[in-house]
Every structure is written in C-alpha cells, then in structure tokens.
Ligand binder design. Structure first.
Ligand SMILES: Cc1cc2nc3c(=O)[nH]c(=O)nc-3n(C[C@H](O)[C@H](O)[C@H](O)COP(=O)(O)OP(=O)(O)OC[C@H]3O[C@@H](n4cnc5c(N)ncnc54)[C@H](O)[C@@H]3O)c2cc1C
Length: 291
C-alpha cells in the first residue's frame, strides 16, 4: 500500500527546487527504486514527492571543451553502460553499474539516486571515489561543487541542504586520461544482490612503474572510502606479483568492515584483501602490464 499524499511533477531543475522549498516535507524521486520501497514500507518522510524522473536537463553524458566528462544525475545505468564516452574513457564505471540489480532496475535507476541515498553499498560510488569525481549541486540561486569524498557524511547522510538537487558528476581529464581501472563486486549472487564488498582500482603506469594508484571500496566502512596508506605504499613501485600480495596486506590498515547479517567482519576482510589483488591485476592488464 502506497500512502502517497502529494506527487508533484517538476518541469525543470528550478521548478523542482522551488517545489522542494514550498513543500518542506517533500523529497525528490528520480527512478524511485529506493524511494518507492520506503514509501511502501511506510517509512516517514516519503509521502510527499517532487518527481524529477525524465527531466531532460538532468539526462546527459558529454565531454565539455576542457575534456571534463559530465554525467547528469538523472542518467539511468543502462545509458551509462551504452555510452560511447564512458566505454572509451572510464570503462570501470560500466563494470560497476553493470553489476547493479537486473535489467529492469538498470533501465530506471539513476546514478544520482544511487549516491544521494548515502549508502556504503552504492555500486557506482567506489568508482566515482577512485575517479575523484566532483558533484555539482544546485539550490535556489546557488551552485556548488563538492568532491565525492566530502559528499558522504555518514551512513544515509549526504551533503545536501534543503531545496538542493544534485545535478552533475564531473570527472576532470587529469583523473581519467592515462588511467586504467577495474571494478570488482563480490555478492552472494551474480545479479539482483547488494554488494558484500565492492572494490574499484584506477592506476597509471609508465615503464612498468606505478605512477599513480587509487583504490576505493564500498561496504568496507560506514561510507564508501579510499585507502590512503595503501595508495601511498604503491606509488612509484615496480609492477610485480609480490606487490599484489603486499597490497592485500597493507589494505587491512585502511578499512573497517563490520559484521552484518550478510557477512561477518572477518569474511569481509578476506574479500577486501582478495579483491584488492584481483581489481589491481585487472587494472594492470588493461594498462598493458604483465602480472
Ligand atoms: C531489486 C533492487 C535491486 C537493487 N540492486 C542494487 C545494486 O545491485 N547495487 C546498488 O548500488 N543499488 C541497488 N539497488 C538500489 C537502487 O536501485 C539504486 O540505489 C538506484 O541507483 C537509486 O536510484 P533511483 O533513481 O531509483 O533513486 P530514487 O529511489 O528515486 O531516490 C533515491 C534517493 O536519492 C534522492 N535523489 C534522487 N535523485 C536526486 C538528485 N538528483 N538530487 C538529490 N537527491 C536525489 C531521493 O530523494 C532519495 O532519497 C537495488 C534496488 C532494487 C529495488
């Protein structure tokens, strides 16, 4: 049973902002794959909705004149998977969003909704962390840019104020040109399952030396996270199999998984270590290195 009190269809970003400010108890609905479940379950705060689904202003994937890759918050996962820009420049984002739900979910669920939930298991998030994505957020007469790592404030909490809308994910050329990446998801099933652990690696090599290395996880802590100690220990090191083993040891010092009904902390730690090796190896192979 859906106890929907108000459904307001926005016809532009500014209209959506105005509706949110006029209706302080309302929240946005994009694809609705999270919102409608909460509404059906009777969770408070979901009975007044401002609908931004199918707002063309939020539906774009493009490269601007500075080669920034811009992804609108209203883009659905199927369109990301099929985008030539994403396939060519950041295929690791295809790896990540291809793992989400099933085809029906990917046809309707948006990358904006995935991140605005603020959950650690959001499959697009760790890749956006590894790419140093910057989020553009619009309010009434305001626009601000927030690095994705600052956007996540705590479990279920993101840096969005009353009347604000996430509009764009921006990935600058210095964060993707020359980089090769890979996303690995471990879940109990191959489809329609939330990640037990997700791991994204993005790296750059020159003459078999790792010039830059980023590793990010979902479900390795209360919010998606990068692993600074491990990253520092890998930069300027020669590609080798023993380096992969070293990464899987150091990674323990960066993460803080917990026990839930889905998996114990110890099991998660084992997966975290194993995925650090697998995702790094696949990223190195994409970079043309032999491991
Ligand atoms: C069967 C099923 C399987 C799933 N599998 C996965 C999975 O494998 N991996 C995974 O990560 N997720 C999964 N999900 C969760 C969900 O599909 C994703 O999180 C999805 O990306 C949410 O996007 P949406 O457009 O449907 O968001 P909505 O439900 O419309 O919104 C989610 C939240 O974001 C807010 N919001 C939406 N857009 C904006 C915006 N532009 N600005 C500000 N706030 C906004 C809403 O107010 C709401 O709080 C699954 C869900 C279902 C039902």
């Amino acid at each position: 049973m859906f106890d929907l009190k108000k459904h307001m269809k926005a016809n532009s970003i500014d209209h959506a902002i105005a509706l949110l400010l006029e209706n302080p108890d309302a929240r946005l609905i994009a694809g609705g794959t999270d919102v409608l479940i909460k509404l059906r379950n009777g969770k408070p705060g979901f009975s007044e909705l401002v609908d931004i689904h199918s707002l063309e202003e939020l539906n774009f994937i493009q490269q601007d004149e500075k080669n920034n890759i811009l992804i609108g918050s209203g883009v659905v996962f199927t369109d990301i998977i099929q985008s030539d820009i994403i396939k060519k420049h950041i295929p690791m984002l295809c790896d990540a969003v291809q793992s989400i739900g099933g085809p029906q979910i990917r046809n309707i669920a948006t990358i904006g909704g995935n991140n605005c939930n603020g959950v650690t298991s959001a499959d697009s998030a760790s890749t956006l962390f590894a790419l140093n994505a910057v989020l553009e957020i619009r309010g009434k007469g305001t626009t601000r840019q927030v690095p994705v790592s600052d956007f996540y404030l705590g479990p279920g909490k993101v840096d969005l104020k009353k009347g604000e809308i996430l509009t764009t994910f921006k990935i600058t050329p210095e964060n993707y040109q020359g980089y090769f990446g890979y996303f690995y998801k471990y879940a109990m099933r191959n489809a329609m399952d939330i990640a037990t652990i997700g791991c994204a690696v993005s790296l750059k090599t020159k003459k078999h030396i790792i010039e830059d290395y980023r590793i990010a996880y979902g479900v390795a802590g209360p919010v998606p996270m990068r692993c600074p100690k491990t990253e520092k220990s890998v930069i300027n090191r020669k590609v080798s199999k023993s380096l992969l083993d070293e990464i899987s040891q150091t990674i323990e010092t960066d993460v803080s998984p917990r026990t839930s009904w889905r998996a114990t902390k110890d099991f998660r730690m084992n997966i975290i270590k194993e995925l650090s090796k697998r995702a790094t190896k696949e990223a190195l192979l994409r970079a043309g290195e032999e491991v």
